[in-house]
Write a protein that binds this ligand. Structure first.
Ligand code: GLC
Length: 430
């Protein structure tokens, strides 16, 4: 949210000091907010609904909605498309909730926003017993829970993967994708005429993801197991330095500082990038004949790390019901439809977006069509969540500012991490 002024951000962070819940738990302030407890009323009412969602990069969402609409002529769903950028999506959803608008019925909510929306009672509690949660990937289920209650049904999960030019590695006689950053750099030095590596480094949620992956992949943790911020460590420094030095040395091209997901995908599809970090959704798109110059030329692997395989960040989106929407019974059925095996399977086939139902990853037919499914499953099982805190927006803003200032040379890695440790210490209390 680059548009928010520094002063405002400072005020937000300062105001939030007292009201932060640590990962998994809840603070006293949460209890107050959640005092009226319960589901916030029965999920009743039938009729037309809307689905508020970030820009549909898959191109398949309308098909899924059309199928529902054909079967439910009196309970039609309409897509309201929000921006592509994760921060802008949250901002519009927050505005909708703060004005108690009934415009959005179902929210396609980023996993990092569940705690905030649940604690503020902007979304309705979902009936856990009406979802067979044992069939979903446990880590994905957790992202939809707040204080052990379900507020968002797991729909699409996400994990960072290394996309690489298999054709070029083959040509250079390199048999395996790199497992470490050093190996990746070696591979790049052997293959001339390409940019080496990219990710998402614009100042937005994607930067928090890339920063966390770098820290975790160097053996660090942004927040440790007891819930304490932990970025003033040699491991965090090695992680951030991988990116900072990458920009300095040209391993990462300069323009990547303004990459979000789609800019980085387009750069890879232009054909002169050897490696980049991306979510699964790009797999199908980059293999689509048309503008992509890398059709059938790339593969995916686990992210590399400092001393061995890296640790990806867990992403994804879950489906929640706005507290202010009419027709909640329809909204609930619509969520059940979207998270059903049939719909998740159809969506995987059409879009390569990562499903939340575990069985789809082991389905031989799907594995044949998507040879990367076992890699994706392994990455997901290894993926690290971002802090599940009510004031996540303040936490991520602090991370984005620190990482961006180091990547752009405005502060040293040491200074950026010391400042970040300080800010996170104010925001996160275990
Ligand atoms: C993807 C992830 C989401 C993450 C976002 C960052 O959409 O699913 O969790 O926050 O990227 O850009």
């Amino acid at each position: 949210m680059a548009s928010v002024s520094r002063m405002t951000r400072f005020a937000v962070i300062a105001a939030s000091v007292a009201v932060v819940a640590a990962a998994c738990g809840g603070s006293k302030s949460d209890d107050k907010k959640d005092a009226s407890g319960g589901s916030g009323g029965a999920l009743t009412g039938r009729g037309p609904i809307t689905l508020a969602t970030g820009k549909d990069t898959s191109g398949n969402l309308q098909n899924l909605v059309n199928t529902w609409n054909q079967q439910h002529p009196k309970e039609q769903a309409r897509i309201i498309e929000l921006p592509e950028d994760a921060d802008a999506q949250r901002q519009q959803m927050v505005q909708n909730a703060q004005t108690k608008s009934n415009a959005y019925s179902v929210l396609n909510l980023d996993v990092v926003n569940t705690a905030e929306f649940a604690a503020n009672r902007w979304i309705a509690q979902l009936p856990k017993d009406q979802f067979d949660l044992s069939k979903f990937l446990p880590a994905a289920v957790k992202t939809g829970e707040y204080r052990n209650n379900l507020y968002a049904a797991p729909w699409k999960t996400d994990s960072g993967l290394l996309y690489y030019r298999k054709d070029q590695l083959d040509k250079a006689g390199i048999k395996e994708p790199p497992k470490t950053w050093a190996e990746m750099q070696q591979d790049c030095s052997k293959i001339k005429g390409f940019n080496c590596y990219a990710g998402q480094f614009e100042k937005y949620e994607g930067l928090t993801v890339n920063f966390s992956e770098a820290v975790n992949s160097a053996g660090g943790q942004v927040v440790d197991d007891s819930g304490k911020p932990n970025v003033n460590t040699p491991q965090a420094k090695q992680g951030l330095d991988f990116l900072v030095n990458g920009f300095k040395s040209g391993m990462i091209p300069k323009e990547a500082i303004s990459f979000k997901e789609e800019e980085s995908r387009r750069a890879f599809e232009k054909g002169n990038l050897l490696f980049y970090r991306q979510w699964p959704y790009a797999y199908a798109l980059s293999n689509k004949k048309g503008d992509s110059k890398v059709v059938d030329k790339f593969a995916v692997a686990p992210l590399p790390g400092l001393n061995g395989p890296g640790a990806p960040t867990l992403g994804g989106h879950n489906l929640a019901i706005s507290q202010f929407a009419p027709n909640k019974a329809t909204a609930l059925d619509f969520i059940k439809y979207l998270t059903s095996e049939q719909t998740e399977r159809a969506n995987l086939i059409a879009s390569s977006e990562a499903p939340t139902l575990a069985s789809l990853y082991d389905d031989p037919e799907l594995q044949k069509k998507f040879p990367y499914l076992p890699t994706l499953k392994a990455s997901l099982l290894n993926a690290k969540p971002r802090p599940q805190v009510v004031r996540y927006n303040d936490v991520t803003t602090a991370i984005e500012e620190a990482a961006y200032s180091a990547l752009t040379g405005k502060s040293t890695t040491d200074q950026a991490l010391a400042d970040l440790q300080n800010k996170l210490g104010q925001l996160i209390t275990p």
